[in-house]
Structures are given as structure tokens and as C-alpha cells.
Design a binder for this molecule. Structure first.
Ligand code: FES
Length: 64
């Protein structure tokens, strides 16, 4: 599923690019989404992916 139509970024591509300690802005930058020239409508989706990665890392730490 596409989460960013401006850049043609899929959910799986965003998940692959995401690291657990990345902020939303860092993930967006990594995916080539900048504040100039992009609409920013996908930022909520980007934020959710970054938060899920951080949450998954926290759960893994708690289970270790
Ligand atoms: S939908 Fe991602 S910048 Fe426009």
C-alpha cells in the first residue's frame, strides 16, 4: 500500500528504511520526504511507522 503518493513510497519500503531509534523527521528525510516540494499529507503515516518501530524495540527490551 502506498503511504506517500508524492514520492511513491510504500508501507513496506518505509518499514524497511525505519530504525527503532529514528524520529519521524529522520525517517521522512531518509525516505526523501522534505518539507519543500512535498505536501506532507503522509507525515501521520510516517509518524505511526516510526512509533511502531520504537514501541517494538521497547517490548523487545522488556522481554530480554
Ligand atoms: S504524500 Fe507524502 S509528501 Fe505528499
Amino acid at each position: 500500500m502506498y503511504i506517500c503518493l508524492c514520492k511513491g513510497i510504500t508501507t513496506s519500503a518505509a518499514r524497511s528504511a525505519c530504525r527503532p531509534d529514528m524520529s519521524t523527521d529522520e525517517l521522512a528525510s531518509c525516505l526523501g520526504i522534505d518539507k519543500d516540494g512535498c505536501c506532507g499529507k503522509c507525515m501521520r503515516n510516517i509518524q505511526s511507522i516510526a512509533e511502531l518501530a520504537s514501541g517494538a524495540q521497547a517490548v523487545a527490551r522488556a522481554q530480554a
